[in-house]
Design a protein around this ligand. Sequence first.
Ligand SMILES: Nc1ncnc2c1ncn2[C@@H]1O[C@H](COP(=O)(O)OP(=O)(O)OP(=O)(O)O)[C@@H](O)[C@H]1O
Length: 249
Amino acid sequence: MASWGKLTFAQKKCVSATGRLMQGTGMVESGARIGVAASGGVDSFLMLKVLTIRQAIMPFPVELMVLHINAGFDTASHAPLTHWCASHGLSLHAELTDYGPRAHTEENRKNSPCFYCSMLRRKRLFELCRDYGLTHLAFGHNADDNVVTFFMNVLQNGRTDGLSAHEPFFDGRLQVIRPTMMLDKGTVIKAARQWELPVWENTCPSNGSTKRDEVHDWLRQAWKNDKRIKNNIFNAILRHQVHLTCQKL
Ligand SMILES: Nc1ncnc2c1ncn2[C@@H]1O[C@H](COP(=O)(O)OP(=O)(O)OP(=O)(O)O)[C@@H](O)[C@H]1O
């Protein structure tokens, strides 16, 4: 039996759908050095767990390095991630910042705190990839995030873009990848619980009250009484996105 033991239905679904997307899009290649952006939330923790399994299955070597940016609301919140990485033999860069509190001050007059904080975080993650010589940066977005992003772009920007599964940055020196982009949130939560991942609460005061949360609530209303509506929206947008952004699938 493999070292990760017997998988439940939800766990298998996460591992196989991630593998299909990674293979079908040529997301990583031999020798890839993947920075795994982990917030401590359920999506990125699940992605991290799945990538450790996929790493063992892949027919070529890849390296994983966990990157965590503590936003500064709770200086010790990432302790569970530190222990988890140590017990799984994973290297981790965890960095304490003041991005969260700063995003809620006068310094940020133009944008929402969420936008400002995530902009600073993304910039820092890119710098870390450069400094550690990483070739890929993996984000834990799932299918729900893709749908919400798509509708936010339609409603706010008049564009029909969702998230990319695989996107080159800095003239191709860094590939931003979203290996778990095919997974729906329900499956992610279920599998993460079954693996007993030590996910922690986001203590940001703006958590749960962003524009993104508003659009998500609006969509939940639309599909709450008919599962087919949710599936159809997911499939339409995923097909559109994956075909647009991937070489083959
Ligand atoms: N503090 C952080 N440190 C490192 N990576 C982060 C951090 N916050 C977010 N990320 C990365 O950006 C992705 C999208 O962030 P977002 O804030 O939308 O979180 P999310 O979709 O709720 O995911 P999660 O459940 O992992 O927090 C995360 O899945 C993760 O890969």
